[in-house]
Design a binder for this molecule. Structure first.
Ligand code: S3P
Length: 434
């Protein structure tokens, strides 16, 4: 385990950065390319532990991945109905998105079976949320204690369903929509609240009949995916760490280039603005990366903050950034409340417990609730020691807390950042060097 110390940054953070490619879009580009009959060129694929697990997984079911360097890949898929049998379990590593999306495809392959497993964090993340709809569609899934990996999936001829999702989850929505491309009848997913829609955008770009009517998303059967190429934009969730750093550390001004500003991913920026933070780059897209993903430049500066409340409907739009909302709350005037966020308990760590305990140990006045947390702003943070619990976003939260703290923060398990952002400490060094 690596311990890294992050000292207060008295001169602020300054400079221009290109954040890593988006993790969600990278996962989807590899999985959809594996289903395509023609080679798909992917530019700017995220080279990180999670998305490398996805490349290994699609290779395991028959796709050929040519790594051309500089984030460029050419993926030769098997076609929608021809994935290969795997010799041994598919190892998803730490990647929940891989574990929830790939079964949507494989469940529709009659007579075949695959076993999925991953690391110790993935083994406590529920798969009943995809097993329930896939069983309704006709597949068989045997999971550990009915709910957890490792699990074995038996493919079948699937039927179309209307699935009313009990939780707002882009992963579950995507799984059912992917399975629905193989059902004779249309398949509809009803979302309790909008969640990230990268699957819908990429499938539409690939010629799949997919329509949205309010909270209902319907997909029809297709015989092939017409995906030609994907350019992956910068990850809004990785950018969020620098947005928080710029807002919190006096003297900072950070420009972030080519960040995906799909509105289903920019909930955190809207929360920051509500708290009084200064995000100068408007959220209007400056260009569109294919397929259909808008990008923009963000220009963020330090400023005072006030507390806010994040309610259930806003949670899916900022789900991975809620730990940062807690950190901002420590510096804000008044109370910051996050509620309706039970989902945090089943992320890479139990993020209600790890965020509350972690920031509490650094001097925050923060309290866990059943569905979120309450932070009373004290205008600053003392500092101390925080553990990542193997959770990439916790590791980077600790780092940003250190920069903004009075005494600095030591992060135990900083190596976890490599799950989504291997160049995190190198990027930090460039922002501190100016
Ligand atoms: C993701 C969806 C979210 C998010 C995760 C990535 C995706 O999970 O937390 O990091 O790529 O679809 P849920 O859909 O389970 O909330």
């Amino acid at each position: 385990m690596t311990t890294v110390r992050f000292d207060p940054a008295p001169a602020g953070l300054k400079g221009t950065l290109r954040v890593p490619p988006d993790k969600s879009i990278s996962h989807r580009s590899a999985i959809f390319a594996a289903m395509a009959p023609e080679p798909v060129r992917v530019r700017n694929y995220l080279d990180a532990a999670d998305t490398n697990s996805t490349l290994a997984a699609v290779e395991k079911v028959g796709a050929l991945v040519e790594r051309r360097g500089g984030g460029e890949l050419v993926i030769r898929g098997t076609g929608l109905r021809e994935p290969h049998p795997a010799d041994g379990p598919i190892d998803v590593g730490n990647a929940g998105t891989l574990m929830r999306l790939l079964p949507g495809w494989l469940a529709a392959q009659p007579g075949q079976r695959w076993t999925f497993d991953g690391d110790s964090s993935i083994r406590r993340r529920p798969v009943d949320r995809i097993a329930d709809p896939l069983r309704q569609m006709g597949a068989t899934i045997e999971a550990t204690n009915e709910r957890f990996p490792p699990f074995t999936l038996h493919g079948a001829e699937l039927r179309g369903i209307e699935y009313v999702m009990p939780v707002a989850s882009a992963q579950v929505k995507s799984c059912v929509l992917i399975a629905g491309m193989n059902t004779a009848e249309p398949t509809t997913v009803v979302e309790p609240a909008p969640s990230r829609d990268h699957t819908e955008r990429m499938l539409a770009a690939a010629g799949v009949p997919i329509t949205r009517d309010g909270v209902r998303v319907t997909v029809g059967r297709v015989d092939e995916l017409g995906l030609d190429h994907v350019d992956v934009p910068g990850d809004a969730s990785s950018a969020a760490f620098w947005v928080a750093a710029a807002v919190l550390v006096p003297g900072s001004r950070i420009v972030l280039e080519d960040v995906n500003v799909n509105w289903t991913r920019t909930g955190f920026l809207r929360i920051v603005e509500r708290m009084g933070g200064i995000v100068l780059g408007d959220l209007e897209p400056h260009g569109a990366f294919t397929p259909g993903e808008p990008v923009s430049e963000l220009d963020v500066a330090h400023g005072p903050l006030r507390g806010t409340t994040v309610d259930a409907e806003e949670v899916p739009l900022a789900i991975d950034e809620l730990p940062l909302v807690a950190l901002l709350g420590c510096f804000a005037e008044g109370e910051t409340v996050v509620r309706g966020a039970q989902e945090l308990k089943v992320k890479e760590s139990d993020r209600i417990a790890t965020v509350v305990d972690g920031l509490g140990a650094l001097g925050a006045d923060i309290e866990a609730t059943d569905d979120g947390f309450v932070v009373r702003g004290t205008g600053g943070l003392r500092g101390g020691r925080i553990g990542s619990h193997g959770d990439h976003r916790l590791a980077m939260l600790g780092a940003i807390a250190g920069l903004a703290s009075r005494e600095g923060v030591e992060v135990d398990g900083m190596e976890a950042a490599a799950v989504s952002y291997p160049g995190f400490t190198a990027d930090l060094a460039t922002l501190l060097a100016r």
